[in-house]
Design a binder for this molecule. Structure first.
Ligand code: AMP
Length: 395
């Protein structure tokens, strides 16, 4: 696995695929610069060696050229974070990009306009990738969020660099962290899978059953399992057509010696609303007209024991409807248990859109070992897939 340390960047132009797909407000101010900050160590390291940097990214999902998706909006913020004036090319390929790249001197940074202004990017067009490749000497991929896409800048471009390509520091950390869970994990290993649907997590569950000792299943998924086992779930969310699958998972887990932990009690509400009436009930005795929206106190006590005994913890998906404060307790508490276990030496990895949002919202980001930057990419790795962006560097 080639990383930054395998290269000397002095007087070389590094063309880096970053993920600067950051949120902007209506005045085009960057409202969350986490992704720009996350790429800084890689950029700094190359500049410090006397190299120069060409940054390429997508922003949003433009249909052709759309000003609101221009990366010029993030130029000032990027300069501020990198602490160097960043140059800009208003087209990622063509004359302007070529001459800006050619005249780039050691220590300088150039940001290219949104890659997705060209449909060739998402099509994985070879000629377009070759044009991008012509701008730099060494290709660095530091965008985990798009590593599961075989786009021109994330995958196809790599073939033009033969042995002059590597992972950036961020992507290296992502891969190492996932390997700590999936490959070289310290036992016992616990996966916590929450979220709304069994159907969106099923491939992950199946793949990681071979790698974990405990699996905590929470959130909306709970009720498909409980109903399949003959429980009364009231009006809770449920995928009836996945009940058989749920039973199969339980059987498979038993065969593999994986202990499955499902909530035993829930906070049930009489409506899907923060100000609904609530009561704590057994998970298999939810009255009609009521729905389970969070894990109850006995469940949390059980989960705490499992988490505190674990040496490796993977967390994907909330335990309840954490967006509503009255149903956030389970998710907050789970985050606290994981933080506590981490303080006692466990390795913890949090990933997948909603759990990352939860960890940030509850201020636990620095209390877990690693927070993944790629939702879909991380899920695909957990599903056991080889990501094209990663394979292209390893080739
Ligand atoms: P996912 O995108 O599959 O990880 O699901 C995340 C969503 O699941 C969040 O928006 C939660 O509000 C939702 N969720 C978690 N628990 C429940 C539940 N008991 N009932 C309905 N939705 C839930």
């Amino acid at each position: 696995m080639k990383t930054l340390k395998d290269f000397d960047f002095k007087d070389k132009k590094a063309i880096i695929r970053v993920d600067f797909n950051v949120p902007l407000d209506e005045n085009f101010n960057v409202t969350d610069a986490t992704r720009i900050e996350a790429a800084k160590p890689t950029i700094d390291a190359i500049l410090a060696q006397g190299g120069s940097v060409i940054l390429m990214s997508h922003l949003g999902r433009p249909k052709g050229v759309e000003d609101k998706y221009s990366l010029k909006h993030i130029l000032e913020k990027t300069s501020e974070i990198l602490n160097v004036p960043v140059k800009f090319a208003s087209n990622c390929v063509g004359q302007e990009a070529t001459s800006a790249a050619t005249s780039l001197k050691a220590g300088e940074v150039l940001l290219l306009e949104n890659l997705r202004f060209h449909k060739e990017e998402e099509e994985g067009d070879i000629a377009f990738a070759k044009e991008l490749a012509s701008l730099g000497d060494i290709y660095v991929n530091d965008a985990f969020g798009t590593a599961h896409r075989a786009h021109a800048s994330t995958t196809i471009i790599a073939q033009f660099f033969q042995d002059k390509k590597c992972f950036g520091l961020l992507l290296t950390k992502e891969i190492e962290s996932l390997n700590k869970v999936l490959k070289n994990s310290k036992k016992p290993v616990t996966a916590v899978l929450g979220g709304s649907k069994v159907s969106s997590k099923i491939t992950v569950i199946e793949n990681i059953l071979d790698k974990v000792d405990h699996m905590i299943i929470g959130g909306g998924m709970t009720f498909t399992f409980v109903k399949a086992l003959g429980g009364k779930i009231g009006d809770s969310i449920c995928e009836d057509d996945k009940q058989e699958l749920a039973l199969e998972i339980l059987k498979l887990a038993k065969e593999k010696g994986v202990q499955i932990h499902i909530p035993v009690d829930v906070v049930a509400a009489n409506a899907f609303a923060n100000d609904a009436k609530t009561q704590i009930v057994d998970v298999d005795k939810i009255p009609d007209g009521w729905q389970g929206l969070d894990a109850g106190p006995k469940s949390l006590e059980n989960f705490k024991k499992v988490i505190m005994e674990s040496k490796t913890i993977l967390w994907n998906g909330p335990l309840g409807v954490f967006e509503m404060p009255n149903f956030a307790n389970g998710t907050v508490e789970l985050g606290n248990f994981i933080a506590d276990a981490t303080a006692h030496g466990a390795f913890s990895l949090v990933g997948g859109g909603d759990s990352v949002a939860a960890v940030k919202q509850f201020g636990l980001e620095d209390k877990v070992s690693y927070v993944s930057t790629g939702g879909g990419a991380m899920l695909e790795m957990l599903e056991g897939k080889v990501l094209p962006g990663i394979a292209a560097i390893l080739d």
